[in-house]
Design a protein around this ligand. Sequence first.
Ligand code: RIB
Ligand code: CA
Length: 313
Amino acid sequence: MADARRIIIDTDPGQDDAVALLLALASPELEVVGITAVAGNVPLSLTERNARKICELAGRSDIPVFAGAIRPMVRDLVTAEQVHGKSGLDGPDLPEPSMPLQQRHAVDFLVETLMEAEAGSVTLCPLGPLTNVALALVREPRIAPRIREIVMMGGGFFEGGNTTPAAEFNIFVDPHAADVVFRSGIPLVMMPLDVTHKALTTASRVAAFRDLGTRPAVAVAEMLEFFERFDERKYGTDGGPLHDPCVVAWLLKPDLFSGRACNVMVETGSELTMGMTVVDWWDVTGREKNATVMRDIDADGFFALLTERIGRL
Ligand code: RIB
Ligand code: CA
């Protein structure tokens, strides 16, 4: 096998983050160099603990987990316990982690790793608000050309928003951080709601995880059965969108997705549309195409990949 692709996952677990982490840890094509936790779905004290719980669920207590930003760069933190539960990982009963949290701050880890690693050898995979990534870019701008690619879940355009009519949660929580990242010039692959809303955790897809019978797979089924209920009620669908694993699935099987290079800018001035990702899908502005925006997914292929890989843990 070719050398594994080196990635750092920045995350706010979150049940969908947890499934993305498990997919990455089950896939030999990827080397998870580290996991950096950020405040988002729930406060940082819980997202960092949940990240460690998931590493232990995957039998990977060797993965270093770092705590990062406790709040967005400018705005107050907005969390989503109504979706993820008070713990941020409601559903399965997972034991408290015994693996330690790393002492270094996540932003220091990002900067030091990117400055020490061969340029272009590390991919960042943000699954939550972009606060850690933006702080690292502000702290040490020299990391920007050293990052191979940023493959992120966030934003929305034709699908609108899920937190306000205009804004998706990750971008809404820290629009200023998102603005830093989208203006950075770093190659960017964006998984917006336009694609994640086509990846629904239908009853048969959740049953496929449970039928695997392994502890990680049953825990995934329990996470999804909790996580999906908010969106099922909101959208009236069978299952809810499975957002964050789209990032890792793209790294493993990019042909599952389709999209195009677009200019994307982030609203940081208007309270009405704060955090909106303005995607120039029809190239009417002629502005630089700073992101590859995904819009379609082979959902059956996506869940087949997820089920097969989670079954390996
Ligand atoms: O809007 C969906 C995103 O917000 C996902 O990353 C979910 O985990 C939450 O962070
Ligand atoms: Ca997330």
